[in-house]
Design a protein around this ligand. Sequence first.
Ligand code: NAD
Length: 262
Amino acid sequence: MPGPRLPNKSCIITGAGSGIGLESSLLFASEGANLILADINLPAVEKTAQLIHERFPEIKAIPVKCDVGIEDQVKDIVDRAVKEFGRLDVMFNNAGIMHPSDDNALTTPEDIWDLTMRINVKGVWFGSKHAIAAMRNNPGGSIINTASFVALRGAATPQLAYTASKGAVLAMTREMAMVHAREGIRVNALCPGPLKTPLLMDFLDTEEKRQRRLVHLPMGRFGEAIEQARAVLFLASDESSYITGTDFLVDGGLSNAYVTAE
Ligand code: NAD
């Protein structure tokens, strides 16, 4: 029987209180990883830790309140992983926001632009920066940054700041992958398609808005967070040891679609 896919790995997941981060936390724990569960919403991430303790009592899962847009707080979660588990193997920079006031070039308020960039772009930079510093001490590290398919395809349902922020995540990921490849650190971007998580479902708050997207989805459905988590597990584990710098699409075929089936 094959062993666990993340045996005793030291992993940090940001945005671990909901959606992709929550499902990835549970999946990583089931594969033997010890976890720092970071989120700006402490009760949410405490609940994730509780679920892990109930299902996988041998796993260490530590909930920590962290705003990924504040560098000191990001440094603290990396230091905590090294202190608790002796090293850092996997950094999943997943936390992100899509603000309801984010709109087109004419209507997006500047403060919403700045907020989105602070969390979605600086958050990934800070997470990568401190993870790389820690991973230099133990080659074989994997950094995964959550971007989005909207960084690769245009949409006439605008969310300009969000789209720009995810484009920055892709470009930053690619460059970091090249700069640190010879240090044994891999850096990949996850590009999810539209998912049935609070982030998107709160945004698509009418049936009409949901149908406006569903017609473009080859499978005729939104993705599930667990379907992203399975890809993240692959990118985190040594199974993806020759994969770095990719825009790893998990989008149900959306980005290759022209006309979808009736
Ligand atoms: P979600 O809203 O379900 O979960 C996001 C989590 O991040 C929440 O627990 C939230 O509290 C946390 N968070 C928000 N701001 C934070 C901050 N400043 N610091 C730390 N934590 C913070 O969202 P999700 O759908 O799981 O999204 C996760 C990632 O996937 C995001 O980066 C998002 O942009 C991306 N993504 C989502 C979709 C989708 O359709 N849901 C599609 C493409 C990409």
